[in-house]
Design a protein around this ligand. Structure first.
Ligand SMILES: Cc1cc2nc3c(=O)[nH]c(=O)nc-3n(C[C@H](O)[C@H](O)[C@H](O)COP(=O)(O)OP(=O)(O)OC[C@H]3O[C@@H](n4cnc5c(N)ncnc54)[C@H](O)[C@@H]3O)c2cc1C
Ligand code: FES
Ligand code: FES
Length: 1339
């Protein structure tokens, strides 16, 4: 008899309430189906205890991809997430984990579960990272493996995502697929707009979303015909014969195996001492709560999504899964009551239904529904409940709950049931001060509104979707036909402070007032200002902005009420930014005679990325005895470590070892030359908060993380950290600013710039650009395995195998030939995996060396963000002089780069070369300074330093044009380089200058002149929305330097197939695809005969980092040369076979003659006569800005990118669009914030850090390839595409400036006065820069 059978039998017999059928050969999987427990009876009035009577140890079992799985609850604690369970216990590694907080979508699976009230089965997508596996009891989970695979065939969603090029690094792809699958299973006939709306919780850092939209919109009922032409029919997508066949009956599952109506209450006691209880009705839940000891720590588990925000709440002893309680999900329409357990998705549906069917009674439901669609994301809303949201607000008063604001303004009442059975009703505000201990938020009641009511709500966020509010608000008011306020209105605001919800004085003041009167507005705003006192918190927006937003929202509300009666220019203040369905075009030419070169094929690994079969480091199965490592990080900056106390941590379950600098047998450095260096672990000084102190090693990932948190570190000599470049430059120049060698380039005979009184006119300015986290979806990951003869097998997510190898050798003090590094692929990198994997892999190796076991170190997002450096922030101070012909004469720039706590990765010296961009000046002087701050060593991030240098050049051009009243585009065109002009790179510009042609073509294709006029007209007619249009150029001087990459090509004689391995790293950029195309073309074999092997440091020893857009060129070049060598070797044999034998005949003959069919080539540009060249581009971007709030929408972007003769156009489209959208993040939303007190990174997760989501991309997104600018110079005729298009994103920044200009014009600002706008142009930054305050509001 198994342990489980015995346990259940014991339980049943001890309670004397149940009988167990004799077991025939016990099968755990269907154990629950065979135990029949007659319903016991419980009489609350007797001395019986509910726990004794009903609680039964029952396993957690649920279906995964049609198979019933049972959780071994003795091994798996209740805090284990479904994602972790799928990956670690079922080895279904297609489901990825990235943020672990429901903020990125990497972990999404689809599921179907039975609604306990209606009995209906609902299909949906959920974030498995925050879903406790215990909560999955009775669920039917489908993972990406269950959808399709190479062997079983691809599901249409997988196939379309791959074939429409919606996958690059592939790390987001399984989550994308499952999100769409979950949605389509619940919504078989969505529209394009529906589909765009639901991709709100899945982040893709690579693609720019446009191809993902295309793939998924091909399933829409209104899918555009051109999309449908590209894909197969969708007939079999939504299964009509049952979601999963039952393995026992082979019929669609009826959900009867684990009936929800049983009085038996599922109970699990974990070995850690926690209990998990799943009551089936409200009465039992209340009885169980009543039974808890006073002050027990318990948590009701509804959707459990709250842990995505507040993951430090608890710890809890008892968990009550309340998802099977019908009373909590009951909805009645009249009276309109919504159960506290109703999901936000269902709530939206029901609000829309009420709004459309109940006239004025619930017309406001439409706005509420619209607003709730901006709460969290689809995957969260599918399970996150109304009650759970409100309870988060109850526990954390500063949480800007949108639901709370909406309910208060809708004058809803919250029904709370206590263990006495009493139900009390409260307004949301009053309810906040009611104790909820052992009480249930049972339902919400909505009163009817009348035709006098007006309702509106607002949510101002740093990003368009999946972002909490800076400030949110909901308001309702009753007015008569004369716009007099007839009742006290309800004005609710969140994001202000813990104590502020409603401005009572303002509400009272409005009673009886006429909203059309200017005095009403002025008085209301003044009163509101006196009531709004925002909390000061460095992670939040400034007090100034939040105070302004509070007033702006009230103003917007008043405008929305009176909009039919006010000046038409004000109506733009009443509306919110709304976008239509996005669309776009892609235009390029190819030469079919060159195929497979230039052939628009799809990424080779695309399909296996979409099925989850593509393997990343953390997907590699664990080897026996493998340990998990978790970092202990410092939580202060600029201090010395006093003591590290691991006593508690070492007693925790599963913990094996603590590793720190004392365990390093070699050097505690990643830099062999001494300074500057990155230490593996601190040996005393902590320069920044987040610096590595040590590693905890444990049996499981969770154990390591928990124990790492339990290590107590104390500090001495703590000083105030320097975190900001301006602070360092202004206040710590002597100690923290290091001058570098200036770059001076002068053409003879020029005038020296003086000031405005002389013949030259000079313009000065400053421009600061912030940092950017790489946001590679796969966090830093490494596995190190000690193997025989003192060797180490290393699997590292690195862009630089050689660097990892050197760092480990140095840390362990061993020879490099003992270290075998392999890289299959990276889940995104963008420069973040160039140098940082060095110290991470070396730390992992030190740990593996210490315990002589395999160690896995996969960082959680918070650790990754705190530990690792990000894009280098810059401050530019410039002085530009032009002559009377408006030609640049002298450019002097001071470049300050915030390198972090040392300049190991500095790119200041590179930035100076990029300041010129495409412009000519006879005199340049660039003074460079490294600025030290108490932050991680900042590092390369996609187009490092070129982005900032180019942006500064464009800011200089723009500021001069503005100051001199010139047309900025004409001024730019008038200062382009001509052949022979000096360049900052040294050699004179060779030409040709392609930009006039590119810009003329772009102006024509994007209708530049007409749209300029339209924008101007729009701005004249709208006071509170402004548009801006900007067209900027870009020149990228591609320089290969000494980069070195190897490619080895092997031909197998039996079947003639070809294998290659190279020293580049495939990280989404399509390097493998391009290389295979080149190999196929050079050997003249079909693409499918070529297989790409893992990159490793034996084949490609001492290769360079894959970065700087060079790998995608030089690796194919190496492949081409290796193949040419093979072709040359085989030629005599081919000639002997008549000149053109078929491939297999040739190969077999070569074999017979003993020919070596392996060739390798190591490309170095200078050795292989590969020349540097220029890459050109231009972008025209239009934005719309809400002047009252600073919110923005990118209405349209037209990009022209010089790609030469692209080897692989589909791949390059992805590079161009993806780079552009990542740049939009840098310029518009991604803001890094540190705590000024201790230097902790505050924006260290998806809750606070906001890379672009799908609705942040241009609404109209057109991309065109240009192939006429010295194309012959690119490698194999093609040009690099990974980074140059990143620079084009700056057009959006200038467009925003132009929209701000229009707002300033309305304020009568002098248009020739340049104002500073630092990057990123967050909504806050934009609004405050407009200069518009409540003093400008009018009616
Ligand atoms: C990525 C992300 C983004 C988000 N963005 C927003 C946003 O922009 N705006 C916003 O308003 N919200 C936002 N949220 C919050 C989200 O709406 C809530 O997490 C969700 O509604 C909570 O519901 P749940 O069922 O998952 O609650 P759970 O997480 O299961 O529970 C939360 C708390 O409520 C208690 N509880 C749950 N149900 C009841 C009940 N019926 N009676 C008594 N106590 C109960 C639990 O004990 C627990 O303490 C976001 C969440 C995430 C993860
Ligand atoms: S890992 Fe689950 S949403 Fe990011
Ligand atoms: S393909 Fe989406 S994150 Fe890389």
């Amino acid at each position: 008899m198994s342990q489980f059978t015995k346990k259940v039998k014991d339980l049943c017999s001890s309670s004397n309430q149940t009988s167990v059928k004799p077991s025939r050969g016990f099968d755990l999987n269907d154990a629950m189906e065979r135990f029949e427990c007659p319903p016991p009876t419980y009489h609350p009035t007797t001395s019986q205890n509910i726990r004794d009577v009903f609680l039964r140890a029952q396993p957690i079992s649920f279906h995964v991809n049609g198979t019933l799985v049972t959780v071994d609850t003795s091994q798996v604690p209740p805090t284990t997430s479904l994602a972790r369970f799928l990956r670690s216990h079922l080895h279904l590694t297609g489901t990825k984990i990235s943020c672990n907080q429901a903020g990125c979508g990497a972990c999404v699976v689809s599921t179907s579960l039975v609604d306990p009230a209606s009995g209906e089965e609902r299909h949906m997508s959920v974030n498995s990272c925050i879903t406790p596996v215990y909560k999955c009891q009775g669920w039917k989970v489908k993972t990406v493996e269950g959808l399709g695979s190479q062997h079983a065939g691809f599901h249409p969603i997988q196939q379309r995502l791959a074939e429409l090029d919606g996958t690059q690094c592939g790390f987001c792809s399984p989550g994308m697929v499952m999100m769409m699958n979950g949605y389509l299973e619940g919504h078989p006939n969505p529209t394009q707009k529906d589909i765009e709306g639901v991709i709100d919780g899945n982040i893709c850092r690579c693609t720019g979303y446009r191809p993902i939209f295309d793939a998924f919109k091909s399933f829409a009922s209104d899918a555009p015909p051109e999309l449908l032409r590209k894909v197969n029919d969708i007939e079999d997508l939504v299964s009509t014969d049952g979601f999963f066949p039952c393995p026992k009956t082979k019929q669609p599952c009826q959900g009867r195996c684990h009936p929800n109506d049983s009085r038996i209450i599922q109970f699990i006691q974990s070995k850690e001492g926690n209990e998990w209880i799943k009551p089936n009705n409200l009465e039992d839940l209340l009885a169980l709560l009543d039974d808890l000891a006073p002050n027990s720590s318990y948590r009701l588990v509804a959707g459990n999504t709250g842990t995505g925000i507040f993951n430090d709440d608890g710890p809890y002893k008892s968990f009550f899964d309340i998802s099977a309680i019908p009373e909590l999900v009951t909805i009645t329409l009249d009276p309109f009551n919504v159960g506290g357990g109703v999901s936000l998705t269902k709530f939206i549906e029901i609000l829309e239904q009420q709004a459309s069917s109940k006239g004025v009674d619930y017309a406001h439901g439409a706005q509420m529904a619209k607003h709730i669609k901006k709460v969290a994301n689809t995957n969260v809303r599918n399970v996150g409940s109304v009650g759970g949201n409100l309870m988060l607000k109850h526990a954390h008063k500063d949480f800007p709950s949108d639901i709370f604001a909406l309910l208060e303004a809708a004058q809803a009442k919250i029904g709370v049931k206590s263990t006495t059975g009493e139900i009390l009703m409260y307004s949301p505000v009053d309810w906040l001060s009611v104790s909820m201990d052992k009480k249930i938020l049972l339902f919400i009641n909505f009163p009817k509104f009348t035709s006098k009511h007006r309702f509106m709500s607002y949510k101002i966020t740093p990003r368009s979707q999946n972002a909490h509010a800076y400030v949110n608000g909901a308001m309702s008011i009753q007015i008569n036909d004369n716009y007099d306020v007839v009742e006290r209105p309800v004005i609710v605001m969140g994001g202000i402070s813990e104590l502020f919800f409603r401005p009572a004085n303002t509400e009272n003041l409005l009673v009886g007032k006429n909203l059309m009167a200017r005095s009403t507005l002025d008085d209301a705003l003044a009163t509101l200002e006196s009531e709004v006192v925002p909390d000061s918190n460095p992670v939040l927006a400034t007090i100034q902005y939040r105070t302004h937003l509070a007033k702006a929202l009230l103003y917007k509300f008043i405008l929305s009420v009176i909009k039919d009666a006010v000046d038409s220019s004000l109506v733009s203040g009443a509306t919110q930014i709304d976008r239509g369905v996005s669309r776009g075009t892609v235009t390029y030419d190819t030469d079919p005679s060159q195929y497979p070169m230039q052939q628009p094929i799809h990424k080779l690994e695309g399909q296996i990325q979409c099925t989850g079969e593509a393997e990343y480091v953390d997907d590699i199965p664990a080897s026996p005895g493998e340990l998990f490592a978790a970092y202990v990080l410092s939580n202060v900056a600029n201090a010395d470590v006093d003591q590290v106390d691991t006593t508690l941590a070492m007693t925790m379950p599963g913990v094996v070892e603590f590793v720190n600098f004392e365990d390093i047998p070699g050097r505690n450095s990643t830099n062999g030359t001494g300074t500057p260096e990155e230490k593996l672990f601190t040996d005393g000084k902590v320069y920044y908060a987040g610096q590595a102190i040590g590693l905890i090693l444990a049996e499981t990932y969770e154990q390591a993380r928990q124990a790492a948190k339990a290590v107590i570190v104390t500090y001495i000599n703590q000083s105030k950290p320097i975190l900001d470049i301006r602070d360092a430059v202004d206040n710590h120049k002597k100690t923290n600013v290091r001058a570098k060698v200036p770059l001076v380039v002068k053409k003879r005979g020029i005038q020296k710039a003086n000031d405005a009184t002389g013949p030259l006119r000079s313009v000065q300015g400053e421009f600061e650009i912030g940092s950017q986290y790489h946001f590679h979806m796969e966090t830093q990951s490494c596995i190190v395995r000690p193997i025989e003869e003192g060797q180490f097998e290393v699997f590292s997510a690195t862009q630089h195998m050689d660097g990892v190898q050197k760092s480990i050798a140095m840390a362990l003090g061993i020879n490099m030939n003992k270290i075998n590094v392999s890289v299959r692929r990276l889940g995104g990198a963008y420069g973040g995996k160039i140098n940082q994997p060095h110290f991470i892999a070396a730390a992992c190796a030190v740990a593996a060396n210490k315990v002589k076991r395999s160690v896995r170190l996969v960082l959680d997002l918070q650790t990754n963000m705190a530990l690792c450096g990000k894009r280098v922030p810059y401050l530019f101070k410039y002085n530009v002089s032009v002559d009377s012909e408006n030609k640049l004469q002298d450019v002097t720039v001071d470049v300050f780069a915030d390198v972090g706590y040392n300049d190991a990765d500095e790119d200041t010296d590179m930035a100076k070369y990029w300041l010129q961009n495409c412009y000519n000046s006879p005199s340049w002087k660039v003074n460079c300074f490294d600025v030290l701050t108490n932050t991680p060593i900042n590092t390369y991030c996609r187009a490092p330093s070129s982005t900032q240098g180019h942006a500064c050049s464009e800011i200089m051009m723009e500021s001069v044009a503005v100051a001199l009243g010139l047309d900025p585009l004409e001024f730019r065109l008038g200062n382009l380089l001509s052949p022979g002009d000096p360049t900052l790179q040294g050699a004179p510009f060779e030409g040709p200058m392609a930009l006039p042609e590119i810009i003329a073509a772009l102006k024509a294709s994007c209708d530049y002149d007409a749209r300029m006029a339209e924008v101007s007209t729009f701005n004249q007619h709208n006071s509170w929305k402004k548009r801006g249009l900007a067209l900027i150029p870009q020149r990228w001087p591609q320089d290969y330097g000494g980069r070195k990459y190897t490619c080895q090509v092997a031909i197998y004689t039996e079947d003639g197939t070809v294998a290659i391995s190279h020293g580049g790293i495939e990280m989404g950029q399509g390097l493998n695809t391009k290389t295979v195309q080149v190999v196929a073309a050079t050997l003249d074999v079909p693409l499918d005969m070529i297989s790409v092997k893992v990159s490793n440091n034996f084949v490609a020893n001492s290769n360079w980092v894959t970065g700087g857009s060079r790998g995608s060129e030089l690796v194919p070049a190496a492949a081409s040369m290796a193949c040419s060598e093979l072709v040359a070797r085989m030629k005599p044999i081919a000639d002997g076979l008549g000149g053109s034998p078929d491939w297999l005949t040739l190969i077999r003959e070569c074999d017979k003659q003993g020919l070596d069919l392996v060739a390798r080539h190591t490309t170095v540009a200078r050795n292989d006569n590969i020349k540097n060249y220029d890459i050109w581009g231009a972008a025209c971007v239009e934005v719309e800005v809400d002047v009252l709030t600073g919110e923005k929408n990118v209405r349209r972007a037209d990009l022209v990118q010089d790609t030469g003769a692209s080897i692989s156009p589909n791949i390059d489209v992805g590079q161009v669009e993806g780079a552009f959208v990542m740049a939009l993040g840098l310029w518009m939303t991604e803001k890094i914030k540190y705590d000024p007190k201790d230097g902790r990174l505050l924006t260290n997760d998806t809750w606070e850090y906001k890379p672009p989501t799908s609705q942040d991309i241009p609404e109209v997104f057109n991309t065109t390839f240009y192939n006429n600018g010295n194309a012959s110079k690119g490698v194999l005729g093609a040009k690099a595409t990974g980074e140059p298009p990143f620079l084009l994103g700056f057009a959006a920044f200038i467009a925003i400036r132009n929209a701000i200009n229009a707002a300033k014009e309305d304020l009568q600002a002098d248009p020739t006065v340049w104002y500073e706008l630092d990057a990123p142009a967050t909504n806050e930054n934009v609004q405050l820069t407009t200069g518009v305050t409540s003093a400008h509001f009018w009616v």
